[in-house]
Design a protein around this ligand. Structure first.
Ligand SMILES: [Zn+2]
Length: 174
């Protein structure tokens, strides 16, 4: 997968419109005409480990690109003005129709998410989620299907993103 970095694709200043928007010497771009800067930081995302009473891990199958058809953890990007914990609860409700009783952060991993000919530098934050009621479990939103896997049965080659593989491994080894 080719990377498309903003610093390589953007050339027009979003403030004054000049054809003078250039990479700075750090993680920003700067307009050579008006001097305004734009910082390129990581996009926050949450990845959720949901475990049932048998200690099996709930994995989803991706409905859309990137990594369409591959296994994933439920989760997604954190919205503007949203906490990571709020994103966990929203995503688990949207994707699986489940209510999260408690969420505990256990670690993070980085990812390069390719979407729409742009590379998003993502920080995936792993949360262990407690769910007491699975009776309403159903795949929706950008999830095609979901299933519980015993830790020894997880096929890591089927997990679409390296950062998600790393988080599942870290959770299992903790
Ligand atoms: Zn400018």
């Amino acid at each position: 997968m080719n990377d498309f970095f903003p610093s390589e694709k953007w050339r027009y200043c979003p403030y004054c419109g000049a054809d003078a928007f250039r990479p700075g010497d750090a993680n920003y771009m700067k307009c050579e005409v008006c001097g305004e800067k734009f910082y390129i930081n990581a996009s926050a995302a949450v990845a959720c480990i949901v475990v049932n009473a048998q200690k099996e891990i709930l994995l989803t199958r991706r409905k859309f690109e990137p990594a369409k058809g591959m296994l994933d953890l439920p989760g997604g990007f954190v919205n503007a003005d949203e906490t990571a914990e709020e994103a966990v609860r929203r995503e688990i409700m949207e994707e699986l129709n489940l209510r999260v009783d408690a969420a505990r952060y256990f670690g993070s991993s980085t990812n390069r998410y390719h979407y729409g000919n742009m590379t998003y530098f993502t920080l995936d934050m792993g949360f262990e989620c407690t769910v007491s009621d699975f009776s309403r479990l159903s795949a929706a939103d950008d999830v095609a299907s979901c299933a519980f896997f015993a830790p020894c049965k997880v096929d890591f080659a089927q997990i679409g993103f390296p950062s998600i593989r790393a988080l599942v491994r870290r959770y299992m080894q903790r």
